[in-house]
Design a protein around this ligand. Sequence first.
Ligand code: B12
Length: 281
Amino acid sequence: MWQDGRASVQQEHYLSALAARRLDALVAATPPPTRSQPVLLACPPEEWHGLPLLLLNVLLRRRGWNTVYLGANVPLARLEETIQTVRPGLVAMAAQQLSTAVQLREASGLLAERGAQVAYGGRIFNQLPDLREQIAGVFLGEDLGGACERIEALLEHKPKAATRSTQLPPSSPAAEAFRRDRKLVESGLEQQVGGVGGPAGDYLAVANYHFGNALQAALDLGNVAYLESDLEWIKGLLGARNLAEESLGRYLAAYARTLQQVCGPATAQAADWLESHAPGN
Ligand code: B12
């Protein structure tokens, strides 16, 4: 509803906070855990969608598990210390977006290296099942319904074979070039699409922030086509705000040109993909 413009951000925040309070109240009303092995629940850095893991927390607590819910946007620094203190039988993580799938990939690698068993899920892994190949952990399924049984099976049997390699693929030249030159690309775009300041400038700054994050994530994950799910989201958002789809077309075409000019051959494939996906092309 929020994406369609039928609910305001304020209404969405109000309802999310209400849902979180209700879930917290359910946890508080649950009897003490009957199973001693802790289960740690944490969102990776920059992931603010904490509700799914909060819900999983309630479900696990109701089955007697001793959960430690760390919430949204948990930094990776000192995670090792936490693992040593809590000594969890399993760490459950969730990511809903492309950019936080990259963060979850890093967290899972780090945890697996320290010998922790990782399990995960989230919207982005449902949309792009290929991504599961890059995570050092066990996928818990497409919805929260069966997640508790899977977690219990993992805690009871600890299948080593189900955990993937913890070796991260080397960063691609395209990902490195964009990381290095993103600011230059964005200032080039400001000159092409419109100056900063005023409504157009505001939209551009917001678009650059979200789109740049998603593009960096797609390149980090090794496939610019992973951006497709974000483009659908942006199209819906523009439509709901009465902005023509051509503005996305112009933006993507200008992005492709600027990327090509600033980063050169390293990002040629990404620039071609953006150009061919610009509505109106
Ligand atoms: C509430 C909400 C927020 C709240 C979160 C509050 C909170 N405490 O969690 C806030 C305001 C923080 C937020 C922020 C943003 N959000 Co938001 N948000 C939502 C919303 C409306 C509901 C998400 C939710 O909790 N659903 C309840 C859960 C239980 O259901 P679910 O998400 O559908 O999950 C199902 C499966 O995916 C799966 N699953 C999900 N997680 C897990 C985990 C495990 C372990 C398992 C097994 C399964 C599983 O199981 C569930 C069904 O059983 C969705 C829209 C929607 N309808 O889903 C957008 C949505 C997720 N948000 C979105 C976006 C874009 C954003 C923002 C970028 C917006 C912005 N402009 O700033 C920021 C990003 C913040 C960040 N860096 O993380 C997009 C993501 C699109 C995309 N391509 O990335 C969505 C899909 C909305 C949309 N269609 O545009 N958001």
